[in-house]
Write a new protein. Structure first.
Ligand code: LMR
Length: 402
C-alpha cells in the first residue's frame, strides 16, 4: 500500500532562486508534485490551489526534512510507491520544459504529456512550465488543472517566468511561447519579436539545460527561430534542434487520403521540404498510398501540383480565417507525433519530416540553415536523414525556390 508522507510545518513559503534547482530533484519511485513559480529577479513564491489547513489526510512527518523541498498543501504529499508492482519497473524521471505553457497549444499538449501517451506508460515526467509575467496567474490555473487530473506519471510541476530557472536540467524543451500570427499576417512578420525570444531561450538552454536536450521549436517563424535558438546554444549539438513541420506533414497526409478515398493510415513517406511557411514543398513524388507511389493512385498531376500543394501551404492561414486565431489542438497533436517519432523506431521503409540543421545533408540543400527534410529514428531521441529519396525536375525546382 502506498505510504503518504506530509510535512505539516509547511506554509506559504518564499524561496530564494538558489534553492530552486533543488525543487526539480525527485527521488526515484516517489511521486512528488511541486508547483513553484520561478523568477530570477524576484523572490520565488510557492503556491498551490490548496491551503495547508485544507489538507485533511493523516500526515506522516518526513524522517529527513532535507529530503523534501519546501512546499505546502497537496504538493507536500509524497507517495512511497517502492512496493507497488507497477511503479517498480518505471524508468528514471525526465524533465520536460514547455514554453508558452499558459497558451492554447500547451493546454492541449500538457495533458497528453502527463497522461503517458507521448513518452510511454512507464515514463514518469517532471513538467517545467515557462510563462510570462502577464500569464503567471493562468499558469497557476494550468498547474491546478494538472493537479486535478491525478496523472500517476506526473511527479513534479514547476512554473516560472525565467528560462534560466525553468530550463534547468531540461531533457526536452518544447518551445511554443511566441507571439502568434493573426488574420492577414505572414509568419515571417513575427520574426523581429519572436527572434528575440528564441535568442534568449537559446542562451538559457545553453547555460542550464541537459547537454543532450532535444528542442522542438513551434513558435513562428519556426525554422528561423530554431536557427536563432541553436546559434545561441553552441554547447548543445545543432542536431538536437527541430522546427515543427510535422503539422504540415499531417495536413498533407490528410489531403492525400481524402483525394484517394483511403483512411489516413494508408498514407506514408510524406516529406515536407523547407520551411513551415507558404513556400514549403509537400513532396508527392516520394509519398505513398497503401505502399504505392501517390502518382499511381492519384492520377491528377495538376491537382497534386496546384490544389494539393497550395492547400497544405495555406492551411494555417485558412484556419486563422475560420477561428480568428491560429490552430492549437492539431498543432499539439503534431508536437506529440514529432516527439513520438524520435522516441520510437520509425517503421521500416517510412520516415517523418522535421526541420533540422542542414549541415551535411545529402540533397544539396544549402548548409547552415534549418530546413525540413525526411528523417528516420531508432527511437533513441536522435535521427538520421533518409538517403533513398528521388527527385524530378518539378521537385528540384520547387525546393530550390524555398
Ligand atoms: C499553423 O500552421 O497552423 C501555425 O503555424 C499557425 C499559423 O500561423 O499558421
Amino acid at each position: 500500500m502506498a505510504v503518504t508522507q506530509f510535512n505539516p510545518t509547511c506554509s506559504k513559503t518564499h524561496l530564494h532562486s538558489s534553492q530552486l534547482p533543488f525543487l526539480s530533484r525527485t527521488l526515484p519511485r516517489h511521486r512528488h508534485c511541486t508547483i513553484a513559480p520561478l523568477h530570477r529577479t524576484q523572490q520565488a513564491r510557492i503556491c498551490c490551489s490548496v491551503a495547508p489547513n485544507e489538507v485533511q489526510v493523516p500526515a506522516v512527518k518526513t524522517s529527513d526534512p532535507k529530503s523534501k523541498p519546501e512546499c505546502y498543501g497537496v504538493f507536500c504529499l509524497t507517495y512511497d510507491l517502492r512496493a507497488e508492482e507497477e511503479t517498480r519497473s518505471w524508468k528514471k524521471l525526465i524533465n520536460i520544459a514547455v514554453s508558452g505553457a499558459a497558451g492554447m497549444i500547451a493546454n492541449h499538449l500538457l495533458f497528453k504529456l502527463a497522461s503517458g501517451e507521448v513518452f510511454g506508460p512507464d515514463q514518469p515526467i517532471a513538467l517545467k512550465l515557462l510563462g510570462s509575467e502577464r500569464s503567471i496567474q493562468a499558469l497557476e490555473g494550468v498547474a491546478m488543472e494538472l493537479e486535478d487530473s491525478l496523472f500517476p506519471l506526473l511527479r513534479e510541476v514547476s512554473i516560472g517566468i525565467d528560462p534560466y530557472e525553468v530550463f534547468q536540467d531540461a531533457e526536452w524543451a518544447l518551445l511554443i511561447g511566441a507571439k502568434p500570427r493573426g488574420p492577414g499576417m505572414e509568419r515571417a512578420d513575427l520574426l523581429d519579436i519572436n527572434g528575440q525570444i528564441y535568442a534568449a531561450q537559446g542562451r538559457a538552454l545553453n547555460a542550464v539545460a541537459s547537454r543532450n536536450v532535444k528542442v522542438i521549436v513551434v513558435g513562428n517563424p519556426c525554422n528561423t527561430n530554431a536557427l536563432i535558438c541553436l546559434k545561441n546554444a553552441p554547447n548543445i549539438p545543432a542536431k538536437n534542434f527541430h522546427a515543427l513541420t510535422r503539422l504540415d506533414e499531417n495536413r498533407a497526409k490528410c489531403q492525400l487520403a481524402l483525394k484517394a478515398g483511403v483512411f489516413y493510415d494508408k498514407v506514408s513517406n510524406v516529406t515536407i521540404w523547407g520551411n513551415h511557411s507558404t513556400t514549403q514543398v509537400p513532396d508527392f513524388l516520394n509519398a505513398r498510398i497503401d505502399g504505392l507511389p501517390v502518382k499511381e493512385v492519384v492520377k491528377d498531376q495538376k491537382w497534386l501540383e496546384e490544389e494539393f500543394t497550395e492547400k497544405v501551404q495555406k492551411r494555417g492561414g485558412a484556419l486563422i480565417q475560420k477561428w480568428g486565431r491560429s490552430s492549437a489542438a492539431s498543432t499539439s497533436v503534431s508536437i506529440v507525433d514529432a516527439i513520438r517519432s524520435l522516441v520510437t523506431p520509425t517503421p521500416e521503409g517510412d520516415w517523418f519530416s522535421s526541420g533540422v540543421y542542414s549541415d551535411g545533408n545529402p540533397y544539396g540543400i544549402a548548409e547552415g540553415i534549418v530546413f525540413s527534410m525526411p528523417c528516420r529514428s531508432k527511437g533513441d531521441g536522435d535521427y538520421e536523414l533518409v538517403k533513398d529519396v528521388i527527385f524530378d525536375d518539378y521537385l528540384q525546382q520547387r525546393i530550390a525556390k524555398v
